[in-house]
Design a protein around this ligand. Structure first.
Ligand SMILES: [Zn+2]
Length: 332
């Protein structure tokens, strides 16, 4: 029996680390730690203030410096991704002159023009009160994922336009107000919490002697978190940008497998528009270790054995399509 793996390479869980606001400190204090542990990062930026000193309505972080477009393009070359954290870090409904079209829709295209890649992820600023009013615009702009403020681990039934969040911080977080489960702090985190799920979490500043420790973290705190995550998952977690995880989930949800004869399967995809990566992993029952070769379309796929199965990944599912959206997989 052939099946689609829940996550890439049959990983037991997925993990994404995001930085709201996109402050310049990320370059010096977070990027080296991500590189050390092979974990890509993601910045959600205030699009109307790229490269500027922060001046947002009622923001406690005003005066700090946002990265500019050139910094974001550099992070992208390091395997990071960039999302939209709105035009002005808006406050609904009281912000003078508030324009939700500019905040959510116009800002997407402005940001894409500045960084040269599609922007498919939106992170709600401030608090959950902003979510419902922004949602129609999030749909209109065609985002594939939106991160809400409330927290937890995302399960198979996750609404990708309402992705659960978690705040990683140096000190006690405002867990009750934002519904962030304390079982996800670095001290408390256990594999059982993550198993089968996707943790898509956030912090803001990364700096020594960190200010506002309820929402920022020190480099040591970030490193401790990565070490713990790798340890409890036996290094098997899928550390990926939120965009990569969203693309995978969308593709998986729209993929059907049908037997097409002895040792042949047709993988048919109702292809999701707008995704950037078309990678997909499969598991095949093989208790007797009989599999010698796997053909995905006309290409041989590398596979590995795991618990009576073989696991293999097709790097670009669409590359093997013949006319219709179907890929023939042959087991030899
Ligand atoms: Zn924010």
């Amino acid at each position: 029996m052939l099946s689609v793996c829940r996550f890439l390479n049959n990983a037991p869980c997925a993990y994404s680390m995001t930085y709201d606001e996109g402050f310049v400190d990320i370059l010096a204090n977070a990027l080296p730690i991500h590189k050390k542990y092979g974990i890509p990062g993601h910045a959600d930026v205030v699009v109307g203030q790229l490269g500027q000193r922060r001046n947002c309505y009622r923001s406690s972080m005003n005066g700090l410096f946002h990265m500019g477009a050139e910094h974001l393009r550099y992070l992208i070359t390091e395997g990071w991704s960039v999302g939209n954290h709105s035009w002005s870090h808006f406050v609904y409904p009281t912000q003078p002159g508030l324009d939700l079209y500019r905040e959510v829709v116009y800002s997407r295209y402005y940001l894409e023009d500045r960084i040269g890649v599609p922007v498919t992820f939106f992170a709600i600023p401030n608090n959950q009160c902003n979510y419902e009013p922004a949602l129609p615009f999030i749909r209109q702009a065609g985002y594939l994922g939106c991160q809400q403020v409330y927290g937890g681990v995302n399960r198979d039934d996750v609404d990708l336009l309402k992705i659960l969040n978690f705040m990683v911080a140096e000190g006690p977080i405002k867990a009750k107000a934002y519904r962030w489960p304390l079982s996800l702090t670095t001290e408390n985190l256990k594999f059982e919490e993550l198993d089968g799920g996707w943790l898509c979490e956030t912090t803001h500043l990364v700096m020594p002697n960190v200010i506002q420790p309820h929402k920022n973290i020190t480099p040591e705190g970030l490193e401790r978190r990565f070490v713990k995550l790798l340890e409890i998952t036996d290094r098997r977690l899928w550390a990926a940008t939120p965009e990569d995880v969203i693309d995978y989930i969308l593709l998986r949800r729209r993929t059907a497998i049908k037997p097409a004869g002895a040792n042949e399967y047709d993988v048919t995809v109702d292809f999701p528009v707008g995704i950037q990566k078309r990678q997909m992993s499969f598991a095949l029952d093989d208790p007797k270790q009989a599999v010698k070769q796997i053909m995905a379309g006309d290409k041989s796929a590398d596979f590995r054995r795991e618990d009576g199965k073989v696991v293999f990944t097709v790097a670009d599912l669409a590359a093997g399509f013949v006319k219709q959206s179907t890929l023939r997989i042959k087991i030899i």
